[in-house]
Design a protein around this ligand. Sequence first.
Ligand code: SP5
Ligand code: ZN
Length: 340
Amino acid sequence: VQVFAGDAHRAHHATELDEGRLIPSWEAPARADLVLAEVTRVGHHCADAPPASTTALAAVHDPGYLGFLESAWGRWRDEGHDGHAMGFGWAPRRSAGRRPDDLTGQLGWYSFAVDCSITEGTWAAATAAAGLAVAAAEAIVGGAPSAFALCRPPGHHATADQFGGYCYLNNAAVAAQHLRHAGADRVSVLDVDYHHGNGTQDIFDRRGDVQFVSLHADPAQQFPWFSGHAGEVGTGPGHGATRNLPLARGTDATTWLDTLDVALSELDRFGPDAVVVSLGVDTYAADPISDFGLQLADFTVAGGRLAAVGRPTVFVLEGGYATDAIGRNVAAVLDGFEAG
Ligand code: SP5
Ligand code: ZN
């Protein structure tokens, strides 16, 4: 599998409000470094890529949001604050809903969770990650059967105009949209991260040309709380092109793999020209913030089943916080795919 990775991500290590305490985020630089070390060790070829262009980003993100993200740290610094930039207030339901001019007001306007913040290196890291996703998509366009974008920060929680869930730019959505522009008539995004990919779902909600299929922890019990229920199936022209498979707390590998088969049958039905896999490995049994039961061998099995779809596939890294195991788990998916 052709791997795209760089070191721009290291400039980003955000602050997270975790159970009432501010901590360095679970979404830490070592994650990507250890994945890169492992995929290199097992022999995958790695290359860097330029940051995503404004055009590629604006194809899925709101221009006002992009301008905000790019300038937020400088504005925060100029205001003389100590910590990382975080929202402080969010729009009440039924509020007038007008974007404030004030930076702290805009941090609330453009975010939906306090598990991440904006730091000096956030924009550089996020645009670099999205650039890796574009490069991986481009590799598929060029005929590669598969490619892996080692994205950090992750992306699937980011909507067109809100950050949260450790995500700022939606790398998987950028890749899927790039594939559409490059000539794929139908693209499927399969999201296997432990958490629901609310951002990706929202971006493609009304689209019949990009399918979104996700298996994840039931939002009744887990972040992101407000989307990912089975009844969400897409809107208007996108009706039927979204499929959610929420799973109970503590779901074991057998149930997860059975549910993956259901998800894959949805891909078969849709018949995509290319597939983007939002590859989170926070389904791992020892993940510190999640509670599913997958072991290393289950990731290999999952990779094999993804290969059986028989479509060009772009893998985009999402979550996975058991730092010592994330490299092995990701490499297992890629190895299972190549063997399959
Ligand atoms: C990309 C991705 O996987 N994002 C996940 C964001 C989850 N953020 C909320 C995490 C809450 C963690 N609570 C941990 C309890 C252990 N003290
Ligand atoms: Zn996750």
